[in-house]
Design a protein around this ligand. Structure first.
Ligand SMILES: [Zn+2]
Length: 213
């Protein structure tokens, strides 16, 4: 038996209900239109960050170069530069093991020392590696292979390597080791007192006070 032929009706479709403005899905900019750096710049909730600011509680410093900053050396980096006078304490943003260090470069911000900054690498338990750079000559207080605790003083800030004449601490975190450009990650800090941008990142020219944690 053939199926009965359905009876065709000519009922018009109901008119679409307009979506109220407030419930429309916001326009999402495809990440392909962002720079590779900005596409990686999603910082998450600072309250659950495994990092604290890399300086002692009570201290406050200004960001002089932020992440993906088009005006300097961070165009393709998610790092922060904290403007810090030579000799101020740098503390571990997260606990881990000292992976590499260098401290023989003078604090004279010279092209002669391009890429020869004093620095410290600390590997965390999840395999990520923190990079602390432009440290003061002969100021590193930890040794290769040593375990460091979050908040422990590890070095003094300096002006070694190419700092553009502005003493500062360069801080960034990488997924991989050896450090490879593009393998850095977006981090913020659970104890940063100060305004964050809409992505949860720290902002250029803003001060951030290290709050108790
Ligand atoms: Zn930097």
């Amino acid at each position: 038996m053939p199926s009965p032929t359905p009876v065709l009706t000519n009922t018009p479709l109901p008119a679409p209900t307009p979506t109220p403005l407030s419930t429309r899905t916001p326009i999402v900019i495809p990440t392909s239109t962002l720079s590779p750096c900005m596409a990686r710049a999603s910082f998450g909730d600072p309250a659950v960050s495994p990092y604290v600011l890399p300086y002692p509680v009570g201290q406050s410093y200004r960001i002089i170069q932020s992440y993906c900053d088009p005006d300097g050396s961070h165009v393709v980096q998610l790092a922060y530069d904290f403007g810090m006078p030579i000799g101020d304490d740098v503390t571990a943003a997260r606990g881990g093991i000292v992976l590499e260090l260098r401290e023989d470069t003078p604090d004279i911000s010279s092209l002669d020392y391009y890429n020869q900054h004093n620095y410290l690498l600390v590997r965390h338990k999840d395999g990520t590696v923190a990079f602390y750079a432009h440290l003061k000559q002969d100021s590193i207080e930890v040794e290769f292979g040593q375990n460091v605790e979050m908040g422990q003083r590890i070095a003094k800030s300096g002006n070694s390597g190419m700092t553009g004449g502005k003493p500062h601490l360069h801080f960034g975190v990488y997924w991989s080791y050896p450090l490879t450009e593009g393998d850095d990650m977006a981090v913020n800090f659970r104890n940063a007192g100060g305004q964050l941008d809409s992505r949860g990142g720290l902002m250029k020219w803003k001060y951030y006070e290290a709050l108790p944690y």
